[in-house]
Design a protein around this ligand. Structure first.
Ligand SMILES: [Zn+2]
Length: 170
């Protein structure tokens, strides 16, 4: 079975491309490269884009935190529409990872929510655990393939992420 490839010019990713400065931006190109290095990620993103929209904002996104007070969030998945919203200014600052990598990581987490059958009910900590497991599954495949195929290179120069030389993972 041929694996799914996500194209740079996929119109369903226009919101992300635009928020990052267009399809020629290094962050956007890095993001697409990482997705395509992980066949399960490319497959899951393609399935998601078939059912709901990916929206990206240059504004800060605030969601109620554990104590009910709003806190900045990098992403949100709508429990009904499944639409995912990413907030560029709220992406975590990770010095060992490129921006494209961080976006792929946050989106992999949100995809875990989008495909969680318990999402609508709002299943709290269990839902977060499932989303994190999904992110780990999708990203670890990309990590290993990028390093093994000598593709861990950002379009901006430098690395997509700093890999542990024994595990090929961050
Ligand atoms: Zn979450």
């Amino acid at each position: 079975m041929a694996s799914t490839i996500i194209n740079l010019n996929d119109p369903r990713l226009a919101s992300l491309a635009s928020a990052l400065g267009g399809v020629t931006s290094a962050s956007y190109q890095d993001f697409i490269k990482i997705i395509n290095a992980s066949p399960p990620y490319a497959q899951q993103l393609d399935s998601f884009l078939g059912i709901a929209r990916l929206m990206v904002s240059k504004e800060s996104l605030n969601l109620p935190g554990a104590d009910g007070v709003d806190v900045p969030a990098a992403g949100r998945t709508d429990p009904i529409s499944k639409e995912i919203l990413l907030s560029i200014p709220n992406l975590p600052a990770e010095s060992m990872k490129s921006q494209g990598y961080v976006i792929a990581q946050v989106l992999a987490h949100e995809l875990g929510h989008a495909f969680d059958p318990g999402l609508e009910a709002g299943n709290g900590v269990i839902g977060e655990a499932r989303a994190e497991i999904n992110a780990y599954k999708l990203m670890s495949e990309a990590d290993i393939n990028l390093v093994r195929n000598a593709q861990n290179v950002s379009a901006a120069g430098g690395e997509l992420f700093r890999a542990n030389k024994d595990t090929s993972m961050p």
